[in-house]
Write a protein that binds this ligand. Structure first.
Ligand code: ADP
Ligand code: MG
Length: 372
């Protein structure tokens, strides 16, 4: 009887989460840097400390434009604060959910800082694995999880494996295949089983190194390719994927630069970023046709986008006056992706019902503690 009650409450709890929707957009604005200060740039972004989910952009004619997201992080918000909001989403992979997290924005706005971070300021990727190990340790009396990581790069619509045993080898080309159950798989993709945090940091670093092999300027190349970290969690009955994606820079390339190889690159980037935007906004507006096949990126992530999968996009912005144009482009893209205008019905959730569920959810949490 207890079990029945438990699963019923768990179902209601999940419904509460469902009412909030499966697509979130967080905005993160990096601090203004020394070069910008030296060049006389100031900040165009205004935050209201009492509103954690909105920001204002002050245009050159000093008019203000308001944007709302699920959460807004300002220059003072560190990796810790960002991860506190991200944690519930990433850890739901342990409960069988597929999850995708993206960092979107112009080059230099902190996509890699948010996802990878620095040795002193580790980002979402590392913190996620740390948290997964922690929870799986806590649950080890009644659950066993196996955790595997893979790392790959999509550049000019070609996929390559970043975990090659020997980095002198040329990177392997990979293809997407449809499995018998309809999900997407990548035959031959290296999956490294991981047991603890120490090895994870080293592994992630080695993947990043492979990524920059053969390029004269690592930062240049990384701004034109998508880097994907896949965390596969295998439980007794479940197998779920969490994708952590550092996207290519969203900036429009100047007319003069655009020729030859650069032209091809920027066309591929535009194509895949707009395909991603189209897929997420189609999901947010509950359209029946979701155009996954329009790019390698969305095709690869097909089984982890939509349905009851969870999606989080970080839209990264620069505060500088010099980047105003790109900042507005990114914020408009993210607003479209969030599909706020097109999904009004869901916002009308019955408050008393919600409160009832919230109480149940709290009791559930309490009971879960008791059973331990
Ligand atoms: P992107 O990957 O979008 O091109 P980076 O992550 O490389 O951008 O960030 C550009 C620079 O700004 C890096 O030196 C990075 O350390 C710094 N930076 C970005 N975001 C922050 C932040 N929130 N706090 C401190 N430094 C940041
Ligand atoms: Mg980067």
């Amino acid at each position: 009887k207890y079990l029945q009650e438990y699963s019923e409450r768990k179902r209601l709890y999940n419904e509460v989460i469902e009412l909030k929707g499966n697509i979130r957009v967080f905005c993160r604005c990096r601090p203004i840097n020394q070069v910008e200060v030296t060049n006389g740039c100031t900040s165009v972004v205004e935050f209201d400390p009492s509103q954690e989910n909105e920001l204002h952009i002050i245009s050159s004619d000093s008019s203000k434009k308001q944007f709302k997201f699920d959460h807004v992080f300002g220059p003072q918000d560190g990796q810790e604060a960002v991860f506190a909001q991200t944690k519930p989403i990433v850890t739901s992979v342990l409960d069988g959910y597929n999850v995708c997290i993206f960092a979107y924005g112009q080059t230099g706005t902190g996509k890699t800082f948010t996802m990878e971070g620095t040795p002193e300021n580790r980002g979402v990727n590392y913190r996620t694995l740390e948290e997964l190990f922690r929870i799986s340790g806590e649950r080890s009396n009644f659950m066993t999880y196996e955790i595997y990581v893979s790392m790959l790069e999509v550049y000019n619509e070609k996929i390559r494996d970043l975990f090659v045993e020997n980095s002198n080898q040329p990177p392997k080309r990979l293809e997407i295949k449809q499995a018998a159950d309809g999900t997407q798989e990548v035959p031959g993709l290296v999956e490294a089983r991981v047991y603890g945090t120490e090895e994870v940091w080293e592994l992630l670093k080695s993947g990043s190194r492979v990524r920059s092999v053969g390029s004269t300027n690592a930062n240049e190349l990384s701004s034109r390719s998508h880097c994907l970290l896949r965390v596969a969690v295998k439980g007794q009955k479940t197998k779920s994927h969490l994708w952590l994606v550092d996207l290519a820079g969203s900036e429009r390339v100047g007319k003069i630069e655009v020729e030859g190889e650069r032209l091809k690159e920027s066309q591929f980037i535009n194509k895949s970023l707009s395909a991603l935007g189209d897929v997420i906004s189609a999901l947010a507006s509950k359209t029946s046709h979701i155009p996954y096949r329009n790019s390698k990126l969305t095709h690869l992530l097909q089984s982890s986008l939509g349905g009851d999968c969870k999606t989080l996009m970080f839209v990264q912005i620069s505060p500088s006056t010099a980047d105003l144009g790109e900042t507005l482009c990114s914020l408009n893209f993210a607003s479209r992706v969030r599909g706020v205008e097109s999904a009004p019905a869901r916002k009308q959730a019955d408050v008393t019902e919600l409160l009832k569920y919230k109480q149940m959810a709290e009791k559930l949490k309490h009971d879960e503690k008791d059973t331990k």
